[in-house]
Design a protein around this ligand. Structure first.
Ligand code: FE2
Length: 560
């Protein structure tokens, strides 16, 4: 899959990519399907230096009958993948250094092409940053990223607001899905994704981006796997996430029999395997290893930018009220008497409300010198703050369970409510970001482009249009809300949090009456956004995949 060259039967599973630069270092990561007897990074102006990489095996990657990959995976099966990481140190800011990676396996030597690496840029370095999200192997990702490179050239970093793949433990979604649009190939210019139009077939290769520019990701709902099973389909395990507290209670009931010696490691792994985890995501990427930063929330300085990354995401469940559905508003009828099968509504994976660890961490970060001094203060997470998309309703708050019973005590209904006044993003998070004078809040999750400005000047951008859009809720296109729920609390149209979407100021799309549209929600027109630190702007571009020879159009630009 990679652009490595050798006559060997072996090849690298990915090209190398860059992670977490500091002022004097950067990490290089790549993957193989074998351990290799030696894995190293060759670097320097004359490729005359080398370091040995640290090799680890991904612990949860698997394939199953729904995998689109070579090999027999009629049953859910472990897939062995090794990750290699080396940190290049002693770099000078602003200096670009050639590098390649080499894996030795048996008598063979497999090496990547030569790319360039750098430490984090100095202040006042002009930077172009790609803002993207919700790739999930959607049909327009390869076209989108190819157009980024054709339009902008190489970018300096990528900020990715979550939902990298669909099912994180399915290895082929990251590396080698046979449809040609896996995560790494799209971001490394190695995709082969075909879009067919009436008169033309076009193959898109994505963009060669992350070999030479660091990728900063965050956790969306698609980074989270639910309850572990050796045999169930991965898509089943993905939706089988229940709140950690429920698993903790189950553990307490059973602990004497399943863990008679009260071993704490056993307890922790039992609770994880019976609730949810982000292990594969955490094992693939590198995160700052400091006392406060971790894989769930972190902050970095990159040139003039202070980027604060939060984990703000809940499980996605269907709004349907059909009796068989384990949904956001109800439990399935067949499970009323089987709490072990309940979904517990759209529960939140990592608390952000006032008083939570993450909230405290953010408060300290916003007070820090690094944040306060930064020219551009940017906060990124997955869940929307303001959007026309569907996923902003119900409110971002812990579901309240209501169980109704008949006169004989039989359960007739299990419902979930989400009081809007308890929306943690609006009630707790936004006041902190407003006080701290954040310039831009960037998120995804609803698969459309739209933007907003609050009365005190904070810009909000959702730029996640790479295919499989779920539409914008304006006019007659109402969100699906239970008929007995108040539309004041469960808002059917527009931004439930009260802002008007901004009409793109350069070249908006129009409706059938030629009125400009304040969004792009399309399965044929794809969008990307570029933050330019020299001009202090965010520019958004669209490309119409129905017209493969058409130009990329810059349709919106705002200052931050
Ligand atoms: Fe999402």
């Amino acid at each position: 899959m990679s652009s490595s060259h050798s006559n060997s039967a072996y090849s690298l599973l990915s090209d190398p990519f860059l992670q977490f630069p500091t002022e004097s270092s950067v990490k290089v990561v790549w993957f193989t399907e074998f351990q290799g007897r030696e894995n190293k990074i060759i670097y320097g102006q004359n490729l005359d230096k080398e370091i040995i990489a640290k090799t680890t095996e991904l612990s949860r990657t698997r394939e199953d009958e729904q995998s689109k990959v070579k090999g027999d995976y009629s049953e859910t099966t472990r897939r062995q993948i090794w990750r290699h990481e080396g940190e290049i140190t002693g770099l000078k800011q602003g200096e670009k250094v050639p590098y390649k990676v080499v894996t030795l396996v048996k008598k063979d030597k497999i090496e990547s092409n030569v790319f360039s690496l750098a430490s984090s840029p100095k202040k006042e370095t002009p930077l172009k940053i790609l803002l993207t999200s919700d790739h999930q192997l959607k049909p327009m990702v390869a076209a989108n990223l190819q157009k980024v490179v054709e339009t902008i050239g190489k970018v300096d970093a990528i900020f990715l607001a979550g939902d990298l793949v669909n099912i994180p433990d399915r290895a082929s979604e990251w590396f080698d899905d046979q449809r040609g649009g896996a995560f790494f190939p799209c971001l490394q210019g190695l995709a082969n994704y075909t879009i067919e139009n009436e008169d033309k077939t076009t193959v898109y290769h994505g963009g060669q981006l992350i070999q030479s520019a660091p990728l900063f990701p965050t956790i969306g709902n698609h980074e989270v796997m639910g309850k572990w099973s050796e045999t169930k389909r991965l898509s089943r395990q993905f939706v089988d996430a229940i709140p950690r507290e429920v698993a903790e209670n189950l553990y307490s009931e059973k602990s004497d029999s399943i863990n008679p010696n009260h071993d704490n490691n056993f307890k922790e792994s039992w609770i994880k395997n019976n609730s949810f985890n982000t292990d594969t995501y955490e094992e693939i990427f590198s995160f700052p290893q400091t006392a406060s930063n971790n894989s769930h929330y972190y902050a970095v300085t990159f040139g003039d930018i202070r980027l604060v990354v939060l984990q703000v995401t809940n499980i996605w469940r269907s709004p349907s009220l059909e009796k068989k559905v384990t949904g956001r508003y109800q439990e399935a009828e067949k499970d009323f008497d089987n709490p072990e099968n309940w979904g517990y509504g759209q529960h939140i994976f990592k608390p952000i409300e006032k008083g939570s660890e993450q909230y405290q961490w953010l408060k300290n970060e916003l007070k820090s010198e690094a944040f306060q001094q930064a020219k551009y203060k940017i906060v990124m997470f997955h869940h929307p703050v303001h959007t026309l998309g569907g996923n902003i309703v119900p409110a971002y708050t812990n579901p309240i369970q209501k169980i109704n019973k008949d006169t004989e005590g039989n359960i007739t209904e299990i419902r979930y409510e989400y009081p809007k006044e308890n929306d943690y993003i609006i009630r707790d998070l936004m006041p902190l970001l407003e006080t701290a004078k954040v310039d831009l809040v960037f998120y995804g999750h609803s698969h459309l482009w739209n933007r907003f400005i609050s009365s005190n000047g904070i810009n909000f951008l959702e730029s996640s249009n790479v295919g499989n859009s779920y539409g914008a809720h304006l006019g007659n296109n109402k969100r699906q809300i239970p008929p007995d729920y108040s539309p004041l609390n469960y808002v059917e149209i527009g931004d439930p949090n009260g802002l008007k979407p901004i009409i793109p100021n350069l070249a908006p799309l129009t409706d059938e009456n030629n009125n400009p549209l304040p969004y792009i929600a399309s399965n044929e027109i794809t969008v990307f956004s570029i933050l330019d630190t020299e001009k202090g702007t965010v520019s958004s571009y669209y490309f119409d995949t129905r017209k493969p020879n058409s130009n990329v159009i810059k349709f919106d630009e705002f200052a931050i």
